[in-house]
Design a protein around this ligand. Sequence first.
Ligand code: FNR
Length: 378
Amino acid sequence: IELYLGALSGVLPEHPFSYPDLESQALATLPPELRTYIAGGAGDETTQRANVSAFDDYALVPRMLNAHAERDLSIELFGRTLPTPLMLAPVGVLGLVTPDQHGDVHGAEVAAATGVPFIGSTLMSDPLEEVRPACGDTPAWFQLYTPRDRDLAASLVSRAEAAGYEAIVVTLDTWVPGWRPRDLASGNFPQLRGKALANYTSDPRFAEMTGPDPDPGATVMTWVGTFGNPLTWDDLTWLRQLTDLPLVLKGICHPDDARRALDSGADGIYCSNHGGRQANGGGGALHWLPDVVAAVDGRAPVVFDSGVRTGAHVVTALALGATAVAIGRPYVYGLARGGVPGGVHVVRSLLAEADLIMGVDGYPTRADLTPDAVRRRG
Ligand code: FNR
């Protein structure tokens, strides 16, 4: 109503509502080295496109005479009641997305303003201790790229715990940089630059990456040496005993992996293919969600991301069984395009559309959204 009234009195919104507009306007504001890094994906980006088009394979079925003037989008997650089912996915190099280079802090401020939890990446441009307070009362989780050096990994987890992050998300699919032709062609790898590694500045092993004039070759080799660490199921036992915080495994797409993760002590499953940035040749992550949800069978929450661009997408992922739905590129573009107000606009727009759909389609609460609310398109 606010928007309609504003438009009628000639006040047009400052920020775009359609994702293509948001993306193109945001990319235009970014320095070239960040454009391909954020927009690009692995290989010829078939998987990245499939993440979005997978949503077209499902249709929400409206139910009538079940409208409620007030909807309730709240969810329960690890003992917390959250006002909405949305989360901000972990994004490395987020710091560089705003001109002041404090994009992580601003992402956290978007979380504070909207009540949508922030998942801070290992590759922050500000130390995790400085980012957490910017979330205010909104929960934050810490995403771990597990360093080969176990002491370093343990120190990151305990710092995150001490700083007030409420869960540890271990990303499993990024122990090697993806095959990203756009980045390879432009020679831009912002994730390998010292500024992406503020969480390590205190560690002498990273001095050459974080000093005033980091040597690019040494940076790459240190990066690969540090994060080039494929985890195995055996490592989960060790990771599990590092913290009492909920442990969420990101990148789980196969039902057997979901079951085994929970049997190995994980508290949450994060179904995602990293936005199609890591391995091409896959399908839309949404297609993997129903089987993962079935395998989890209510034992743990399932967070979903990859390809979420609209409020309708949020509602569809919830109906297919996601406990919470995370957004990546949309809020990054919001921040790039318009700083904190731009990020808040993106989050509020997605929620407004999701809320409206739930109202019009007769699914007024999260509990009403079951798989019966969606059909595979013929
Ligand atoms: C990511 N993603 C990511 N994931 C993670 O666990 N740690 C990280 O540091 C990053 N970094 C990162 C940077 C950029 C620029 C993007 C776009 C994504 C993946 C992210 O958490 C999420 O899985 C994807 O963004 C989901 O895909 P869409 O919906 O953004 O296309």
